[in-house]
Design a protein around this ligand. Structure first.
Ligand SMILES: [Zn+2]
Length: 409
């Protein structure tokens, strides 16, 4: 089992460092914290420091020290799929899809749940908690169950039925909440200090956040350490976006890749606080949001993580874009039909945003572009297609098959 090279926590605002404790913000300035590693040892070891498979292959650049705390349901190693048919349709020279729907609970959340629940064990907690639109709730509950921890999951009342079923099956304590995520998360954040549960939310926990960084390391390995020119990542509060950027930045620092990809932040038009601030070149302001089919992107107040996303965009010349619900649903169908990939609306939003940015000539179509699709479509709730059924005898069956496929042979 490989050793974690994590050394400290470091404030992203004032640079103060702290020991590897359960700490959610800087003691000096309340800034967000990020993990630091022994860069010299990693540079010396090179990429061969990674051994084994799955998410814990990347244990040297993750903050869970004791192998006994590295809880797993078989996450990681999601496919990176070349999509030539869809790429040609969008006019992109090379289009790659990192399909996170292949994870044990069907979403990218399993990357962060593995390290969040691992950290809960590391710091001696017996319960976890999360406020969720559905995906994080199922994932944190599943990993908590796997680790033998209680899980108190607050789930949005309009969460899809498949996600609700999944949470009800895996969580020890499931509570549905009314109203919007932003209001409840503000109240819930205040309870974290009482230490009755380990914070598995997306807003502050550096240990949880860190698991998603493995996505970048996988993409680099899957492309022979020549990562794509552009990566499109969804941004609700910004966890996936920041983590992917961090991962590529670390590899550049270690000399394992020549340069990190240009990052594109994708939001739903109905929850577009980051896009607005970026476009209008002003500080982030919360927006009042309504329902969006991209449930996992329904955050009107991305808070300090949103400011971190904005900082990354501004410092690196990144791009932010948005898509309407109708565009997201149309893109979901297009992806399924053109490449056979069935992703949920939250997951496919980043692809819908890419389509819009290409149409607006805001991105270079000669680039290699990788889109992160964060969830399976199998947890989507929608009206079923027609259930009108047909009875057959041999002659009518033959007639139908010839009518449908007669010209195809
Ligand atoms: Zn600080």
């Amino acid at each position: 089992m490989s050793r974690s090279h994590a050394t400290a926590l470091r404030c992203i605002d004032c640079g103060a460092t702290a020991a590897l404790d359960y700490r959610l913000e800087c003691a000096a300035c309340r800034g967000l914290l990020e993990l630091q590693y022994d860069w010299d040892a990693l540079t010396h070891a090179g990429p061969s420091v990674f051994t084994g498979s799955g998410l814990w292959r990347y244990a040297p650049v993750l903050p869970i020290a004791d192998p006994a705390h590295r809880v797993s349901l078989g996450e990681g190693q999601s496919p990176l799929l070349d999509c030539p048919t869809l790429g040609a349709r969008l006019g992109v020279r090379r289009l790659l899809v990192k399909f996170e729907g292949s994870h044990p609970t069907g979403t990218i959340k399993d990357r962060s749940s593995a390290t969040a629940v691992g950290a809960a064990l590391q710091f001696g907690f017996r319960a976890t908690s999360v406020v969720s639109s559905g995906n994080a709730g199922s994932s944190i509950a599943a990993y908590s169950a796997r680790a033998g921890l209680r899980s108190l999951v607050f789930a949005y009342e309009r969460t899809s039925a498949p996600k609700l079923l999944h949470m009800a099956a895996t969580a020890t304590d499931l509570v549905l909440y009314q109203g919007v995520y932003d209001d409840l998360i503000t109240l819930w954040d205040r309870l974290v200090d009482e230490r009755l549960f380990f914070d598995c939310g997306a807003t502050r926990n550096a240990y949880k956040h860190e698991g998603k960084k493995t996505l970048a390391y996988e993409v680099a390995e899957q492309t022979g350490w020549q990562p794509p020119d552009i990566v499109v990542a969804p941004a609700a509060v910004g966890e996936t976006f920041i983590a992917a950027h961090r991962g590529f930045g670390e590899m550049e620092r270690l000399g394992w890749i020549a340069r990190p990809p240009l990052m594109v932040a994708a939001q739903a038009a109905r929850a577009n606080a980051i896009v607005r601030a970026w476009r209008e070149k002003r500080p982030l302001e919360p927006v009042k949001i309504g329902y969006t089919v991209a449930e996992g992107l329904a955050a009107g107040n991305p808070g300090r993580k949103g400011e971190w996303v904005l900082r990354i965009l501004n410092e690196t010349g990144g791009v932010a874009g948005e898509a309407e619900d109708e565009e997201i649903l149309e893109t979901q169908r297009l992806l399924a039909r053109s490449e056979g990939i069935w992703a949920g609306p939250t997951g496919v939003a980043s692809l819908a945003v890419l389509r819009r940015l290409l149409a607006a000539k805001a991105l270079d179509p000669d680039a290699t572009i990788c889109v992160i699709l964060t969830e399976t479509g199998l947890k989507t709730e929608a009206s079923a297609p027609s259930r009108q059924a047909v009875a057959f005898d041999e002659a009518s069956l033959r007639a139908l098959v010839h009518a449908r496929l007669g010209g195809a042979a």
